[in-house]
Structures are given as C-alpha cells and as structure tokens.
Design a binder for this molecule. Structure first.
Ligand SMILES: *Cc1c(COP(=O)(O)O)cnc(C)c1O
Length: 410
C-alpha cells in the first residue's frame, strides 16, 4: 500500500490567496457591476522593459539556426549572466561574491523551499511573524513541525513577532535556533533592516553556528542609501548566510521566471561527527541533480537587466511602483490610518481601523469600496489587526483605490 507524506495534511486548509480568491469571486458574481480593484497578491502589472524584450527576441532567433542553437546549458546558469550578477549586484557594493557562487534558477519561491533539501530534519527554525508563507509551509511539508494551533502557529517553529510595538524589528530568539529566515525589504510589512540590525543577526549566527536564509527579492526598491541591499555587505556574512534574489519584482519577471541564489564557497556546516562540509557543494549537487537550468532566452533577457538601457528602464519601473506606494501611504495617512512600510518596498502595511480583525476589514473593504487587499492574519498570528496593500497596479487604479479608501474610513 502506498503511504503519503502526511505532513501535507497539517497545512492549514484555507490557504490565504485561494481564500481571498473565493471571497472576491463570490462578491463579483453577486455584484457584477462593481469595478473591483485588486491590491492583494504581489504580482507586477507593467510589461517587460524594451531592452529585455529585444534581448529575448535576439536569443530566440539564435535558437533558429544550427550555428547558434543551444541545447542544455550549465545547470548553474550561463557565465555571461553569473558574471554580470556578481559584478553588478555584489562587487560594486563591496560585497564579496564571485560568479561561481551564483546559482541561476527559475524562482526564489522555489529556491527558498528547495534549500531545505541540503539541511537535516532536526534544525530549530526561526521565522518572523507575520511572514512570507512559503518559508513556513515548506517546513511543514518537510516534516519539520507539529500541527498548527487555532491561530495558525505550528508547533516546533520559533516565531519572532514583528508588530508596531517593536517597530517590526524582531528581537533575537530567546532559545537557540539553527536556521533563520529573514526577508528585507520585508514582505508583508514593507519594512527594511538597517546595517545595525543585519549586523546583529550575522553576529548571532556566527556565535550560534546558525545559518541565515536571506530573501532580498525586493532589494531594488531600497531608496535609502544607508540600507544594505545584500546580507554580504555585512562583514562575516559569507560564513553564515545564503541569499535569494529574483528578477520578478525589479524587472517584471513574475511570468517569465528567473532568479538566483548565492551560496558562498566559505559557507560550511558540521556533520554529526563534527566534520566541516561545504554547503556550496551540497547545493551544487542538489541543483544539478534536480534542475536543468533556466532557458537560454530568459537568461539573455535577465542579462539585459544589467545593460545601461536595462538599468535605466528597470529603474523607471521600480520608481513607478514606489510612487504608487507613496500615494497609498500618504493617502491613508491623511485619512487617519496608521501605515508602515511603503518607502523602500512596494507594500504598505496598515493597522486596521477601530476594532476590525484583518478578515473583517477585508470583507468591509471589498463590500463597501470594492477593494481587495490581503489580511495581515493570513501571514501569521501577529499579523492579526493588520492589512497589506500592494503598490503593483496602474496609476489610475491606485488613485481610484486611495479615493475609495478615504471615503470608506472618513
Ligand atoms: C515575490 C517574492 C519572491 C520572488 O519569487 P519568484 O519565485 O522569484 O517569483 C521571493 N520572496 C518573496 C518574499 C516574494 O514576495
């Protein structure tokens, strides 16, 4: 008889985005004339910049002739892309990362989940609360947790609450942990981590032989020159951190799929018998065994992100979304709402007005203003009483959404 991975059965049934989808489609069916504006799921709305499209067209043409056709490429990614990444995203910021430490992939969501393949099952795992649900759910699937309590906290995970009370900056854990997920600029709160905060975590990891899994998917949205873009800008991070980056949010690749993970060659962990093992080697083995590389055409598109035209065009994209975030943030503030984030990130995190729970506010906003956001409680128990709005939309929709929001709460 077949046995199942019954850890999947521990996952909370109403996963956040499907539940939102159900409520929105029910409302839309009952109110067919309502013009619903969606500021819920964090997906980009603007088309790929022309420099990237041109590079992908040219690469497509190369595939059409025997002389320039490409079959399987290197699993880790083509050198033309890995070199540009290392130079532009790290070395130019005095972060020591070489091309050989970069693994190009089809997404950071996959990478943050797949990375668990190279770790044992007895690690103590810390996540922020609220958190990007992928970190939690992949650990549940891997059997690293017990079941969830009524608020959705899984037994066996160490939750580090981030709320207005601690300015959304977590305390260090008061019990030992081995793997720490950090995401900055943060999804869902839109908050960034200063050099001091990141240094505190790197030092913690060094002192406790822990490893930081650093998700920097929103690094391009950092406007404050004092905020680090990479964990490797912090001295000593090469020995304790893996970093995840993606072209999804900075360059509009959510549907095109390209990302990368940095595993420094200096990053090691010990076997039970005390022998040092290179995590770079383990991840390389995993990546080559279970992945066959990102399409050549897409990697040429990603390379074009680093051309002068590409840089200018993605800069305009990011500025466009940041201006949306500013309009949301200032519009809500003017309406007397407490808002957080939205300065160095495309998300605005707000305190629900009055005594609304996150889901009550979701229903109210949908019913009365025809706006869709994301209930904070869907990201974790400490997100209760908060709500996320995304800046990924057209300018006209953002302006209309802010007007409707102001009318609702005034
Ligand atoms: C959008 C997002 C990513 C990017 O995921 P891809 O699979 O590369 O599209 C990674 N981490 C977080 C927190 C995100 O919100």
């Amino acid at each position: 008889m077949v046995s199942l991975n019954e850890n999947f059965l521990k996952l909370k049934a109403g996963y956040l985005f499907p539940e939102i989808g159900r409520r929105v489609s029910t409302f839309a069916k009952e109110n067919p004339s309502a013009k619903i504006i969606r500021l819920g799921i964090g997906d980009v709305t603007e088309p790929l910049p022309p420099a990237i499209i041109a590079a992908m067209h040219a690469a497509t043409d190369e595939m059409a002739s025997r002389e320039t056709f490409r079959g399987y490429g290197p699993e880790q990614g083509y050198d033309f892309l890995r070199e540009k990444i290392a130079q532009h995203d790290f070395q130019s910021r005095n972060a020591e990362v070489s091309a050989g430490e970069i693994f190009v992939s089809d997404g950071s969501k996959c990478d943050t989940g797949n990375i668990l393949d190279i770790f044992g099952h007895d690690n103590r795992i810390a996540v922020l609360d609220p958190v990007y649900p992928v970190y939690v759910d992949t650990n549940v699937m891997a059997g690293h947790t017990g079941s969830a309590d009524s608020e959705g906290r899984y037994q066996g995970l160490v939750y580090l609450p981030v709320t207005a009370e601690n300015n959304f900056i977590p305390e260090l854990p008061d019990e030992p942990v081995d793997l720490i997920y950090l995401c900055y600029p943060n999804n869902p709160t839109g908050v960034v981590a200063s050099r001091e905060v990141l240094t505190k975590w790197v030092n913690y990891a060094r002192e406790n032989q822990a490893i930081i899994l650093f998700d920097a998917a929103y690094e391009a949205f950092i406007t404050d020159p004092k905020i680090p873009h990479s964990i490797y800008e912090i001295p000593g991070a090469r020995d304790v951190a893996i970093e995840f980056r993606s072209f999804s949010k900075n360059a509009g690749f959510t549907g095109t799929r390209c990302a990368y993970t940095v595993v420094p060659k200096t990053l090691q962990a010990k076997t039970r018998s005390g022998k040092d093992v290179s995590l770079h080697q383990l991840w390389n083995r995993r990546h080559c065994t279970k992945f066959n590389g990102v399409s050549y055409i897409i990697q040429r598109g990603a390379e074009a992100v680093y051309s002068p035209e590409g840089q200018q065009q993605i800069g305009e994209l990011v500025s466009f979304y940041l201006e949306n975030a500013r309009l949301i943030r200032e519009g809500l503030q003017a309406a007397g709402i407490s808002v957080y984030g939205g300065v160095n990130a495309p998300y605005v995190w707000l305190k629900t007005p009055g005594t609304y729970t996150s889901w009550e506010f979701f229903d109210e906003l949908l019913a009365k203003a025809h706006l869709v956001g994301t209930p904070g409680s869907g990201f974790g128990a400490s997100g209760e009483g908060y709500f996320r709005l995304s800046a990924f939309n057209s300018r006209a929709n953002i302006e209309e959404a802010v007007r409707r929001f102001q009318k609702l709460v005034s």
